[in-house]
Design a protein around this ligand. Structure first.
Ligand code: NDP
Length: 318
């Protein structure tokens, strides 16, 4: 039996992903030298492959692995797998759920929300003009952060913010009973959640029901002059609706880590916008060493016919 790593939609992209794929194959074979790893497009023994580790892969390739028993997303998100129309059925999909990723994204959320709360945008603009324009930072208790998605990542970010004395609320499918936040759930409570949110952080998975959720209507339900931080996926955001809301001042600023097209094209208006901050999908990056541990654990569970860790609910899409 062997593991295959499939990254990249074509051979050119696979070449670009080569160092990334290599870091996983090295981490796996270092941790367990008995495991053999093949990397796409050089899968010479497809019938040996029982586990496929995938990221942004070429649809249809998984169907060539006739002994495949498990598909592993090399990240927390699985939208790149769920959008594969030829996804083999009845094969479990698992994802990486990692303490390291939780820490990584939590730090990003804390840094970006505090950036707005402490008015660093204002200070940066003043500094470029040599202006000494005092304006008190917002008080932590009168600015509210609302997190969309209270899962493994969003839940941890909500907790960290509340520990800093920030008022946090969260929105998810099912109601949460968490002492540190006010929980809102479902479409019926979205408007109320938004009406109480000054900084909106999207940490949702991309599914048919969350696609385009950061749109004109959503922005109009936030208080005037709110901020938006998108860490979910580019397809959560309707780009032109954000530009429009920034134009009217309904949205005062946005920090974006994910985009409809990545890398973000050079001529995209987001690059030049004075109130948009861009990071290149780095809010949380899978750590091959820590991820290898759970990949190997699942590999052994597969051999023993045991229940796999971090299995995705394929019907729900996350
Ligand atoms: P989880 O699956 O643990 O959590 C998802 C959360 O979203 C849950 O709280 C879920 O609700 C909620 N949710 C799902 N669908 C809906 C809906 N229709 N309406 C309301 N709430 C909904 O995911 P993670 O926290 O691990 O990751 C979230 C996403 O973060 C990933 O899918 C990925 O897209 C993104 N990500 C971005 C990274 C980056 O670097 N920018 C890095 C890693 C991940 P419930 O709890 O009720 O099920």
């Amino acid at each position: 039996m062997s593991i295959a790593i499939l990254c990249g939609k074509d051979t050119e992209q696979a070449h670009h992903y080569q160092p990334y794929a290599k870091s996983f194959s090295t981490a796996i074979t270092n941790a367990d030298p008995m495991i053999s790893v093949q990397t796409w497009p050089d899968i010479t023994h497809p019938n040996d492959v029982e586990m496929a580790l995938v990221w942004d892969y070429a649809a249809g390739e998984l169907n060539k692995l006739h002994q495949l028993k498990c598909i592993v997303s090399l990240g927390a998100g699985v939208d790149h797998i769920m959008s594969d129309d030829s996804l083999p059925t009845n094969i479990p999909v698992v994802r990486i759920v990692d303490k390291y990723m939780v820490q990584d994204i939590t730090q990003y959320v804390v840094a970006t929300t505090l950036h707005y709360i402490k008015r660093f945008d204002h200070w940066d603009k003043c500094a470029t003009q040599g202006e000494w324009a005092k304006q008190p930072p917002f008080k932590l208790d009168n600015i509210k952060v609302g997190i969309m998605g209270l899962g493994n990542l969003g839940g941890a970010a909500a907790k960290a913010l509340s520990q800093l004395g920030i008022t946090v609320s969260g929105w998810s499918r099912k109601k949460k009973n968490l002492s540190f936040i006010q929980s809102f759930s479902g479409k019926g409570e979205l408007e109320l959640f938004l009406s109480q949110t000054d900084i909106l952080v999207c940490m949702l998975p991309l599914t048919p029901s969350t696609e385009n959720i950061l749109n004109h209507e959503t922005f109009s339900q936030l208080p005037f002059g709110s901020y938006v931080i998108n860490l979910g996926r580019g397809n959560h955001l309707v780009d032109n609706d954000l530009l429009g809301a920034l134009e009217t001042g309904q949205i005062a600023g946005a920090t974006l880590d994910v985009f409809r097209q990545e890398p973000l094209p050079k001529n995209h208006p987001f690059w030049q916008h004075p109130n948009i901050r861009i990071t290149p999908h780095i809010a949380s990056v899978t750590n091959p060493k820590t991820a290898a541990k759970q990949i190997i654990e699942n590999y052994h569970r597969l051999q023993l016919g045991k229940r796999l860790l971090h299995e995705v609910d394929i019907k729900a899409g996350y």
